[in-house]
Design a protein around this ligand. Structure first.
Ligand code: HH2
Length: 265
């Protein structure tokens, strides 16, 4: 998979409890309508998730996740847009890839050998994200010695492990908000050029996260799109391949404007 410029990964959470869009796409027609709207807006990838990983979230059984995700993947398999499945479970990734998904977004960073085998077996690229701990407890006093060295080092090691297992391509994601304080998140965002200078594509996802509240006092998640855009435009300028966003159309528009500005005739 080759990337040129920064693409938008539109978020489609088919969950009742995601922190921002929970409950909005629970019915299949609503999910497909949102997906088609994001495709029309120009997203490169749709990221379909059936389990919330917000801080404090409890895991859901695989059957529940499959019941949520598979009808949406099947309904969009011929929609002319890349489909990503956002899951920690190899069995969900496997079934979604068979149903028509193109890539796996694993917030567990492909630490599970079975997840590496599933991606390799399907010839599917994967996103490797860093998370300290697990969603249920990850925001209880996260600690690092050197956050940049630890997070980027982990991503490079997991990428090598994935490629060694036969995963054809990987995207690296620092996992903003996943076991990180405001300072950890800011330090990682400022250090992004170190990650984008490497051979792998980089994915950044800050969409509507609590970091925006910490930086700009925006307590309601749905009000955080302007702050999200500011951070995602920064990620794009540093060379990120993909930004993961709820407000997909606004992102496509802003990135087109930034690209035009940065490309003098
Ligand atoms: N963030 C969330 C979920 N998946 N995947 C990647 N690669 N990077 C991220 O930053 C990321 C992710 C959390 O956001 P969201 O999907 O909006 O909420 P929830 O986990 O509550 O469904």
């Amino acid at each position: 998979m080759t990337w040129s410029g920064t693409g938008v990964m539109g978020i489609l959470n088919v969950t009742p409890d995601s922190f921002s869009d929970g409950g909005q796409h629970v019915s299949l027609p609503a999910a497909l309508a949102s997906a088609r709207a994001m495709r029309e807006a120009g997203v490169l990838v749709l990221d379909i998730g059936g389990e919330s990983t917000r801080p404090g979230a409890e895991p859901v059984p695989a059957e529940t996740e499959l019941d949520r995700v598979l009808p949406v993947v099947r309904g969009l398999a011929d929609a002319g847009v890349l489909l990503s499945v956002d899951t920690l479970k190899p069995e969900v990734a496997h079934a979604a890839l068979r149903a028509g998904a193109h890539l796996v977004n694993d917030v567990g960073g492909l630490r599970d050998a079975e997840m590496r085998r599933v991606c390799a077996g399907a010839g599917a690229p994967a996103c490797v994200m860093h998370m300290q701990g697990e969603p249920r407890t990850m925001q209880h006093r996260p600690r690092y010695g050197d956050v940049v060295a630890e997070v980027f080092g982990f991503l490079r090691e997991q990428a090598a492990l994935a490629r060694g297992a036969g995963v054809p391509d990987v995207l690296l994601d620092p996992g903003i908000g996943f076991g990180k304080t405001r300072e950890h998140n800011l330090t990682l965002l400022r250090a992004l050029p170190q990650l984008t200078a490497g051979p792998d594509g980089v994915l950044v996802g800050v969409s509507r996260k609590r970091l925006i509240d910490h930086l700009a006092e925006v307590p309601v998640a749905a009000d955080r799109d302007p702050g999200t855009l500011a951070l995602h435009l920064h990620a794009a300028r540093t060379g990120a391949a993909l930004v993961r966003a709820h407000a997909a159309a606004a992102h496509v528009q802003a990135l087109r404007v930034q690209t035009a500005l940065d490309s003098p005739e």
